[in-house]
Every structure is written in structure tokens, then in C-alpha cells.
Design a protein. Structure first.
Length: 353
């Protein structure tokens, strides 16, 4: 089976544009705040000089990149040198050395500039939960920065480049995927891919409400940047009876009779926050461990395609001839096959009850 390849470059690309270093998301490293991973990386070319502070104060990532590439500034002497052996994180972090060997190779040492980029990427994807989720969702896919403008950090546009940024992203992905998680974390419910447009998460009962609200707020903020928040809808549920959520079977997925559904325009997503708090407050003692949360984001055409002919069932999803059908507060254009979907809904309502 061919391994999936994910290409990225422009930061406006959804969802993988966040793999670029240019999004203005602050990161904290060694107690200092940097307004983007690109600004941190470019400033560290001049560590210990006045130029470090000048680049750190750049208005945006592009300005910092332009400043960092000016060869009139004194590039640090060790920038292209291997990390010192036997000290620092390279010596102490066995997982980093193992993953470096896996994605880069045992014969190529990690250079100072590689480590600076690694630190920036790790901070970005551990300090922003929504970014973490996108990175982890790539699974074992090969991540490639694809552009002819760079043959070291990217692939040179034709695969001849080294793609160091893509390799560092895969290293960070594997590192954070193995760490204990708080808040929302992805759940792979299905043997193949999750239904289109839908993602599933687990959260500890006490963390579910704030984690979900944080996630929804970050998604709204991201779409606001592109003036698109009012064009998308969220359809999601909180499964407050998911006592077996960590070990689902195909017959246990989706909603139970005590699940709560929400359907809201992304621009107004804060309007359902009180309902999220109330739903999570109803959780019984048998689900104090985990809640299941399903989240779908739909564009105008995708949503309108499901807006005719409401079908009701206690289940959120069901696979019909290889097509995932969404139920319960999510509408589908039933057309002349409406009788079939209504019968199917009644059948599974009866089974659930």
C-alpha cells in the first residue's frame, strides 16, 4: 500500500498551511515569548547580538525572514555546524536521536540550525492544541514542504531537495503522539478513514467542556482570519453515555439516547458554550473517565447538500453501501430515497431503545 504524502507550503492552505512557520501564533521558549516560530528561528541566527532583538521585534514572519536572510548581519559561527556531542538535549533525549535516525538518517548529524528549527516546531505544536490535532491526524503520512524556492528546508519543488522542515514535523508528530494527553485527543473510530468532514475525539469528563470550547474558539479565530467564519457551520455532539468510549465497536459508535447535539454557524459558535457546559455537567458517574465528542465543519455547499428532508435517529452515523450517512440534528437531502432513510432511522431507533 502506497504511503500517503501530504504537501504544504502556503500558510493559507487549509488545513496543512499551519505546517508553515509563518502563521503568527506565539510560542514560549525558555521563558521568552516569540510571535511566531519563523521569528524565533530567524532571530536565533544572531543569538547574543543586537540583531537577535531586532529580528525578534519584527512586525510579522515575512519581515523577520527578510531580515534573517540579509547577509549584512553577522550569522552565528556555529549555525551550520553539528550539535556538540555528549551534552545538551541531543545527548539526553534518546527519543529525539531515534526519530532523527528514522527520518533523517544515522550518518547525518543534527546541525545547530536543525535543532533551532526543531525547538520552534515542537513549541508550536505542543502549545497550540488545534495545531497539535492537525499534525497528529496525519498519522504515518510523509509530510513534505513543496516549493522550488528552497532545497534544504523544502523539497526543491521536484523532490530533489532535502525537505528538512517536513522531516522535523514528522519527528515532532511522533514525539507528541506518544505523550499523555489532556483536553481533546483524536480517536480513530473506523478501520479505514473517518467519514468525510467529521473528526472524533475523546476527553476526560472534567476537561471536556473547556477543551471543546477552546477548540471551537481557535477554529473560529482561524476562519476569521480568512473572513470565512460566517460561511461555515459546525455540527457536533457530546456523547454523555459513552462509558465504553475508549474501546468502541462499530455498533457502539455515534450517539446514545443521552447524547446532546449542536448545530451552529461558525461565526456564532460561542452561543452554544452554555449548552456545552450544561451537557458536560450532566455526565453520570459511569462516564467519569472519558467522553466521546464528534465534530464536523461544513462549507456552504456541503451543508446545503444535507439541508433537505430531516432524518431522525439516535445514532449520529451509519455506513450505507460504503457511504457515511449523518443523522440526528444533521440533515440530508433524501430525495426519492427518503423512504429508505426513514426506514433505516426507525430501525436503528428501535435497536438503540
Amino acid at each position: 500500500m502506497t504511503q500517503k504524502v501530504i504537501n504544504f507550503y502556503q500558510q493559507g492552505q487549509i488545513p496543512y498551511g499551519i505546517f508553515s512557520n509563518f502563521p503568527m501564533r506565539p510560542i514560549v521558549i525558555d521563558g521568552a515569548t516569540w510571535n511566531s516560530s519563523e521569528i524565533y528561528f530567524q532571530a536565533k541566527k544572531f543569538v547574543g547580538t543586537e540583531h537577535e532583538a531586532l529580528v525578534a521585534a519584527a512586525a510579522d514572519s515575512q519581515t523577520a525572514a527578510d531580515m534573517g536572510r540579509e547577509r549584512t548581519r553577522p550569522l552565528r559561527a556555529d549555525w551550520d555546524q553539528p550539535l556538540p556531542e555528549g551534552k545538551g538535549e541531543w545527548a539526553d533525549n534518546e527519543q529525539l536521536r531515534t526519530l532523527w535516525a528514522k527520518y533523517v538518517g544515522v550518518d547525518r548529524p543534527m546541525r545547530v540550525k536543525d535543532y533551532v528549527m526543531f525547538v520552534a516546531v515542537r513549541a508550536k505544536f505542543t502549545q497550540h492544541e488545534e495545531y497539535r490535532e492537525v499534525l497528529i491526524s496525519t498519522g504515518d503520512a510523509i509530510i513534505v514542504e513543496q516549493t522550488k524556492n528552497d532545497s534544504y528546508w523544502a523539497d526543491g519543488g521536484d523532490g530533489s531537495g532535502f525537505n528538512m522542515l517536513g522531516k522535523l514535523l514528522m519527528i515532532v508528530r511522533d514525539m507528541i503522539a506518544s505523550q499523555p494527553r489532556t483536553g481533546l485527543h483524536r480517536q480513530n473510530l473506523f478501520l479505514s478513514e473517518d467519514p468525510a468532514y467529521f473528526s472524533f475525539y475523546l476527553a476526560k469528563a472534567g476537561e471536556a467542556a473547556p477543551a471543546l470550547k477552546k477548540y471551537l474558539s481557535s477554529q473560529k479565530a482561524e476562519m476569521d482570519r480568512f473572513n470565512a467564519a460566517d460561511q461555515f457551520r459546525y455540527l457536533f455532539f457530546i456523547d454523555i453515555d459513552s462509558d465504553n468510549a475508549q474501546f468502541p465497536s462499530p455498533y457502539d459508535i455515534g450517539l446514545t439516547p443521552r447524547a446532546v447535539c449542536f448545530d451552529v454557524n461558525m461565526a456564532d459558535v460561542e452561543s452554544v458554550f452554555a449548552g456545552i457546559d450544561a451537557a458536560c455537567a450532566e455526565v453520570g458517574p459511569h462516564v467519569q473517565r472519558m467522553l466521546r465528542i464528534g465534530v464536523g465543519r461544513f462549507g456552504p455547499g456541503e451543508y446545503e447538500g444535507m439541508s433537505k428532508g430531516s432524518i431522525y435517529t439516535k445514532r449520529m452515523m451509519y455506513n450505507v453501501s460504503g457511504v457515511w450517512i449523518l443523522f440526528k440534528n444533521i440533515h440530508r437531502r433524501a430525495g426519492r430515497f427518503g423512504w429508505f432513510y426513514r426506514a433505516l432511522a426507525r430501525r436503528y431507533d428501535k435497536k438503540d431503545n
